[in-house]
Design a protein around this ligand. Structure first.
Ligand code: CS2
Ligand code: MG
Length: 419
């Protein structure tokens, strides 16, 4: 009697089939540096995880190569939770951006493998679709208010429903977020940190003027966002949050450095402008006080720096208890592998807010083919098994690592400040 064909999924039903037989770290620089972890099982299933930490790529690559890969070989790729616990508790030196980015890369690669073994997209493994597509926001910036407003108009024409706006600050040579004319914004431009000078008074002056003009030029509908990028003190952040209230921002991001989570109480006392924070966080402990005291409205911590899907699922559920929504970081220094995984998470998570979406370069998209796509202001993950992103290793090898670090900022008197 002919035996029924073995369904794909059961081919991986034994731990022998799921045994990890190879793992490699791929560093490539198609326009900017990316680090990717590739894990292979005995049954030939490949999983990818993003391990990119802008300006510290080689730190994560060596953490993976020296301390993670030797521990992966021989383990069961299906034991995702146990692997997370092993690499988190087993590291002894817990948390931090390098450790949690390395753990995230393993975690996402294992979820990718699980999806491929089960023949299901990751959003289905998490519990299924909660929405059709993830609302995204694009990055508009300009050297002055008029140029910024023109670029916001261009993003509206491209179909964006939400747009972040950053404009130059008079007298500040290279303010965060302002690209050199016509080129996409890429802050890590030099081997050693470029030094920029910062002026808070002029910034506090121009931002309300920017949003007054944007509302006048583009009306009340479009969602407008702004990234303070950690550059204000709590009381200055409170002043800014209150001064932009008439222009109904979707959020004001990283209004003040958040190591002292309590400092957000001061902003909250003075303004109802929604607050977002967390792209530099790497665990639930960085934001527990902010969330449980309703001091923020959106949590930005994303999959690549926050310990992967396994940890972010816990963080998102905790945030949901306090009606805080997700707003994943999605800059160009997070690879398409992270974007792919994030979109599956965005498609499932009930307390979704918005997804940041900076366009990757054509070179990057050629190295990382993917099945997500932008339609009518939303990004839609694909239906392929796993996260739907692959890597062209031959092409990746043509782009050697290029040492780059993020800028730093100093005040006009020369004192170090936050960039
Ligand atoms: C920014 C980032 O996208 C954002 O919100 O804060 O561009 C950030 O500056 C970079 O990811 C740093 O590498
Ligand atoms: Mg930011």
């Amino acid at each position: 009697m002919s035996s029924a064909p073995v369904p794909e999924a059961t081919k991986h039903s034994s731990s022998h089939d799921r045994e990890i037989v190879d793992a490699k770290v791929i560093v490539t620089c198609p326009g900017r540096n990316f680090v990717t972890l590739k894990i292979v099982t005995r049954s030939g299933v490949i999983g990818l995880g993003d391990a990119t930490l802008n300006g510290r790529e080689l730190a994560v690559a060596s953490y993976l190569q020296d301390h993670v890969v030797p521990n992966l070989i021989g383990r069961d790729a299906g034991r995702i939770e146990d692997m997370w616990q092993f690499f988190y508790r087993g590291a002894y030196w817990r948390r931090g951006p390098v450790t949690m980015t390395a753990i995230a890369a393993v975690d996402v690669a294992l979820w990718d493998i699980l999806g491929k073994m089960a023949g299901l997209p990751i959003y289905q493994l998490l519990g299924g679709r909660s929405r059709e597509g993830a609302l995204v926001y694009g990055h508009a910036n300009g050297r002055d208010i008029s140029e910024t407003s023109d670029v916001v108009g261009q993003f509206k024409e491209q179909g964006f429903l939400a747009i972040r706006a950053q404009c130059g600050v008079p007298g500040v040579k290279k303010a965060y977020g302002i690209s050199t004319a016509g080129k996409p914004y890429e802050p890590a431009e030099s081997e050693l940190p470029a030094e920029t000078v910062w002026s808070t008074p002029r910034y506090l002056e121009i931002v309300p003027q920017l949003f007054e003009r944007l509302r006048a030029d583009h009306g009340p509908e479009v969602e407008l966002l702004h990234d303070v990028h950690h550059r204000l003190t709590p009381i200055e952040a409170a002043r800014l949050a209150r001064s932009v209230e008439p222009y109904r921002l979707f959020w004001l991001e990283d209004a003040t450095p958040a190591e002292n989570q309590k400092s957000f109480e001061l902003i909250r006392q003075h303004s109802v402008t929604p607050l977002a924070v967390g792209e530099v966080f790497n665990s639930i402990w960085d934001c527990k006080h902010l969330i449980e005291n309703q001091l923020i409205d959106y949590i930005r911590t994303t999959i690549v720096h926050g310990g992967g899907i396994t940890h972010l699922r816990r963080l998102a559920d905790f945030a949901a208890l306090h009606q805080v929504r997700t707003g994943f970081h999605g800059a160009t220094d997070l690879s398409p592998v992270c974007m792919g995984a994030a979109l599956h998470f965005d498609t499932w998570v009930p307390n979704f807010g918005i997804q940041e979406y900076m366009f990757h370069s054509d070179e990057t998209n050629e190295v990382f083919p993917h099945d997500y796509e932008f339609r009518a202001g939303r990004l839609h993950c694909g239906e392929s098994a796993g996260h739907g992103v692959t890597i062209d290793e031959k092409l990746a090898a043509r782009y050697p690592y290029s040492p780059k670090q993020l800028p730093i900022a100093r005040l006009e008197d020369g004192a170090m400040w936050d960039w």
